[in-house]
Ligand binder design. Structure first.
Ligand code: MG
Length: 219
């Protein structure tokens, strides 16, 4: 018998959590680091992965502080991303999981480092927007993590102690700390890496494993 988490809302990361977009994003992200900053593929991949979960803008600025090519590289990434992000598929169990949580009476949100208009359009095109209370994307000063969680807490009166953030990166776990529960999706990072970072809660291989871990809480 597992200990189910009392929960009235689930907040999902987008890239690599709901959408199988990480191979595409990592591909263009690594390619741009190699082309604009002259680093090797291994070096670029390590730099990309160690900062993944952050907006690309921040990934670049952390890896190449004050480099004159930063703005150009960031613009290039965003234009390549918008060209093909809508072709990236959801994971096979994403829609069933959203449906299940909805039936359980759990409120569903997205908190992402991708621009809000992009994610909104992504779900609009698939007629899935109705599953979400609100879709929160990135703009400078309003990021995945503290900004989005505080917004959900105050705007939607959502108690953080009954909230779960679901994400696929170590940064996602870090950003949930001090706010809400976290469930990690193992894939890009191993269970061991999440544990080493300090995550003691649930880890799953796929979204469909999440609903049975939850006990709906009426708030
Ligand atoms: Mg992600």
């Amino acid at each position: 018998m597992t200990d189910r988490i009392e929960c009235s809302a689930v907040i999902f990361d987008f890239d690599g959590t709901l959408a199988d977009s990480m191979p595409f994003l990592e591909g263009i992200g690594v390619d741009i680091m190699m082309k604009y900053f002259g680093v090797s593929e291994d070096d670029a991949r390590q730099r990309y992965q160690s900062t993944t979960g952050l907006p690309y803008e921040q990934q670049i600025k952390m890896n190449f502080p004050n480099n004159p090519r930063n703005e150009e590289a960031i613009d290039k990434f965003e234009s390549l991303k918008i060209d093909r992000i809508f072709e990236q598929e959801l994971f096979p169990d994403t829609v069933d999981t959203l449906k299940k949580l909805d039936e359980m009476g759990i409120d569903i949100y997205v908190s992402s480092s991708t621009f809000q208009s992009t994610i909104k359009e992504y779900f609009d095109r698939r007629n899935l927007t109705h599953y979400f209370e609100e879709i929160l994307g990135y703009r400078p000063g309003f990021e995945k993590g503290a900004d989005h969680f505080n917004y959900v807490a105050s705007k939607h009166n959502q108690p953080m102690k009954y909230t779960i953030f679901v994400g696929d990166s170590l940064k996602d776990y870090e950003r949930s700390q001090g706010f809400c529960h976290f469930i990690g999706i193992v894939g890009m990072f191993s269970a061991n890496e999440f544990r080493k970072r300090g995550h003691k809660g649930y880890l799953v291989d796929s979204l469909k494993q999440i609903p049975p871990l939850l006990q709906p809480k009426n708030t």
